[in-house]
Design a protein around this ligand. Structure first.
Ligand code: UDP
Ligand code: MN
Length: 297
């Protein structure tokens, strides 16, 4: 059961401080209206999360799609940086989904870390590649990925790690605040507004705008999430519709209906193009520059 950081902090102070002083973050929102923690640098103790994960003997999955020119341009840096920062000290299985298995770079993996390559057919349009991920992930979670992991993070490939991304992010379901939109008023957020779409949110709906470049959770929760999004995408297609931000629109609808158990601050997936912000103290993942002309047809 996840509790808000304020409550977690109290627990940490009572039970675990061990000399570690955690500053709290009065400058930012650290708890949602449904009492899920929004984790920012300084609101959690990474050592406690690390220890808890080890005790549970977790295997953590990290899925990434690298199709077409995205593979050559981004995959190696994504994986190499993940080796330095993603769940260091835990058991990890990378799942790389690609139509070019032979082109997957050989990255030296640390102990208890494995990489599996899963073949997927290539969709023609980049939007279709992006959207097809939900169905592919749903199937994979029903197979080996679902059997050999307990928690899974699903990520875009056009980013790389620059700071620790550890078990503090784990929860039954995990959503990422979108770096460009976390401080925008609700009415401006780019939710799908066409009421005919399965992803539609009415003007008074929506908690936060979440970024599809990072989401995660338990295998069971992700099975539900990916089933919901894949179904919505299929329904829209049958009606000749495509939501504004494709799979991300459906992900946002899912998290409106089924609130995430943990929310990651934009520090966990930051865009350097935004420039400096006082509340962004310790970025973990950085977006690659958007060079769409190089990777999209
Ligand atoms: N992707 C891919 N090949 C494509 C299009 C997309 O591998 O032709 C994957 C890749 O993991 C990428 C993700 O789908 O990071 C989402 O697409 P993109 O990053 O271009 O979307 P954006 O972040 O700009 O919304
Ligand atoms: Mn991306």
């Amino acid at each position: 059961m996840d509790v808000c950081p304020s409550a977690t902090m109290a627990l940490l102070k009572d039970n675990f401080t061990g000399g570690l002083q955690l500053g709290n973050r009065p400058d930012v929102l650290t708890c949602t209206s449904w009492k899920a923690p929004i984790i920012w640098h300084g609101t959690f103790n990474p050592d406690v999360a690390q220890q808890k994960a080890r005790q549970q003997n977790l295997t953590i999955g990290l899925t990434v799609f690298a199709i077409g020119r995205y593979l050559g341009k981004y995959l190696e840096r994504f994986l190499e940086s993940a080796e330095r920062h993603f769940m260091v000290g835990q058991r990890v299985v990378y799942y790389v989904f690609t139509e070019q298995p032979d082109a997957v770079p050989h990255v030296a993996l640390g102990p208890h870390r494995q990489l599996r390559v899963e073949f997927v057919a290539r969709e023609q349009r980049w939007q279709d590649v992006s959207m097809a991920r939900m169905h592919t992930l749903h199937q994979a979670l029903g197979r080996r990925l679902g059997r050999e992991t307990q928690f899974v993070l699903c990520m875009d490939v056009d980013q790389h790690f620059i700071g620790p991304f550890g078990p503090e992010v784990l929860a039954e379901s995990v959503a990422q605040l979108h770096a460009w939109h976390y401080h925008w008023p609700r009415w401006l957020l780019p939710f799908e507004r066409d009421a005919r779409s399965a992803a539609a949110l009415a003007p008074h709906e929506g908690d936060f705008y979440y970024h599809a470049a990072v989401f995660g959770g338990s295998v069971a929760a992700l099975r539900r999430l990916t089933a919901h999004c894949a179904l919505g995408l299929r329904q829209d297609r049958a009606r000749g519709l495509e939501a504004l931000w494709h799979d991300e629109s459906h992900l946002n609808k899912f998290f409106w209906l089924h609130k995430p158990a943990k929310v990651l601050s934009p520090e966990f997936c930051w865009s350097p193009d935004i420039g400096r912000r006082a509340e962004i103290r310790h970025p973990r993942l950085l977006w690659a520059p958007k060079e769409y002309a190089e990777v999209r047809d």
